[in-house]
Design a protein around this ligand. Structure first.
Ligand SMILES: [Mn+2]
Length: 444
């Protein structure tokens, strides 16, 4: 059909997705086009102009459809964005000078084991107007955390929701299953919704890829709402209509704070408490290498705005169920060490879970215990989620990069903390991951 269209503008277009409405009366056609913004807009204008021709051609082919769907053309930025990032990376390669973007302090002095690309993400000032426009033109706004939400993801979502409520919007905080009941202390937890009825826009927090949305993934990918992607993972796939990715931030909560300040939006005490919980836990209680001067200043600012540090520490670290400690004891008892203690690993089997009377959410802190071993360079925890699904959590020290062990298995994360889910039984997953870990450690 494209070749029979004479319009030169359309030659630049490729259709990435067509999504018909349930009643088949309309369809959203996502179109990727390269070039300047004006050229890309021209492609969409050309397609809109040709809608009549396209529909009648479709009509000839879709004989068994009573109505030919109306076509709504929208720009799909994901390919254009990927092209832009790769060309930037090529330029960085060619110039062989240090990248302009400041890199986190802990990644200086890297040896061969790290390869985190210094991607120049659009800055806060580049995207602030887009974000403001989306907030202004929306009333019902979904604030989405990731599956198996941690306090950074859910705290950021609930904080943003509290701000939206303060300015008269209708926020809908949402978490994909399962419900993270260990985070029930976060203010606004009781406002979590399962299926919001009305949605004008979706904001996502701390989610590097759409794979993190579990059963809510379809909602994100439907193309029916603008998606604002707010995160600090360098591995973020830029799936949003607007992407605010700041890998220098210690927590997504810090990105949210910077955004709220830039937009001049209020930060009520409920939001401050959620942001403090996000910052506290993503820095491991201000102990990880991402505990920067800015993070500590932000903590003070959040206390000033109404967060209670002792109460949040109590809820985050000193309010564990007996079953959680029992499970931790079983996992520590099962710990193995290799290569002079540089490789530390353990497992949580379904049997151990039963024995402790614990649930999967209670496995979250175990990897942090394994990584306290003095000789440790790489710590791995294997979780037997299903007989043929194994989840890994990895922590590293020194030159080792946790994403090196997780990316080969489709996972990701940060240099110091990463994870992956393998479609393999526990024993097979252990074989594969440990093999790779041993190779890396021997080569280092
Ligand atoms: Mn985070």
């Amino acid at each position: 059909m494209r070749s029979s269209l004479k319009d030169p503008r359309i030659r630049l277009a490729s259709v990435t997705e067509v999504r018909p409405s349930p009643d088949l009366r309309s369809a959203i056609v996502r179109v990727s086009a390269l070039g300047t913004d004006a050229e890309r807009e021209a492609v969409i204008a050309g397609l809109r102009h040709a809608e009549g021709f396209l529909r009648s051609t479709l009509g000839d082919r879709l004989e068994n459809l009573k109505n030919i769907p109306r076509l709504r053309f929208v720009l799909d930025d994901s390919i254009a964005y990927a092209v832009r990032v790769s060309s930037m990376l090529r330029e960085l390669d060619a110039s062989a000078t240090p990248p302009a973007a400041p890199r986190p302090k802990h990644s200086s002095g890297d040896t061969g084991m790290t390869a985190t690309p210094a991607v120049a993400w659009p800055g806060l000032t580049d995207v602030a107007d887009d974000v403001r426009r989306i907030i202004d033109s929306s009333h019902d706004i979904v604030c989405m955390a990731h599956k198996d939400a941690d306090a950074d993801s859910l705290g950021s979502a609930l904080a943003f929701a509290a701000t939206l409520r303060a300015i008269g919007k209708a926020p809908h905080p949402v978490v994909p299953d399962p419900v993270p009941f260990t985070l029930d202390y976060l203010p606004g937890y009781e406002t979590l919704e399962r299926e919001p009825e009305r949605i004008d826009a979706i904001f996502t927090f701390d989610c590097a890829t759409t794979g993190r949305f579990g059963e809510k993934r379809g909602l994100l990918e439907s193309g029916r709402f603008p998606v604002v992607n707010i995160d600090h993972h360098v591995s973020n796939s830029a799936y949003g209509s607007v992407n605010l990715i700041q890998p220098d931030a210690s927590a997504t909560g810090q990105v949210v704070f910077r955004l709220l300040r830039t937009l001049g939006l209020p930060i009520p005490p409920e939001a401050a408490t959620n942001l403090y919980a996000a910052l506290l836990t993503d820095t491991g209680g201000f102990r990880h290498e991402n505990t920067t001067e800015e993070a500590l200043r932000l903590a003070a600012e959040l206390v000033h705005l109404g967060a209670d540090p002792a109460w949040i520490a109590l809820k985050s670290y000193k309010s564990r169920a007996v079953s959680t400690l029992r499970l931790e004891a079983l996992a520590v008892a099962a710990m193995r060490t290799e290569l002079e203690g540089r490789l530390v690993w353990s497992e949580v089997t379904r049997g151990m879970l039963d024995e402790a009377g614990a649930s999967w959410q209670e496995t979250d802190g175990i990897i942090d215990v394994l990584q306290t071993v003095d000789t440790m360079t790489v710590a791995v925890l294997f979780k037997e989620l299903q007989p043929d699904v194994t989840k890994i959590s990895v922590r590293t020290r020194g030159d080792a990069d946790a994403t090196d062990l997780c990316s080969p298995f489709g996972g990701g994360g940060h240099r110091r903390a990463a994870g992956a889910e393998l479609h393999a039984p526990l024993a097979v997953a252990q074989e594969r991951v440990l093999q790779l870990a041993r190779e890396r450690l021997r080569a280092a």
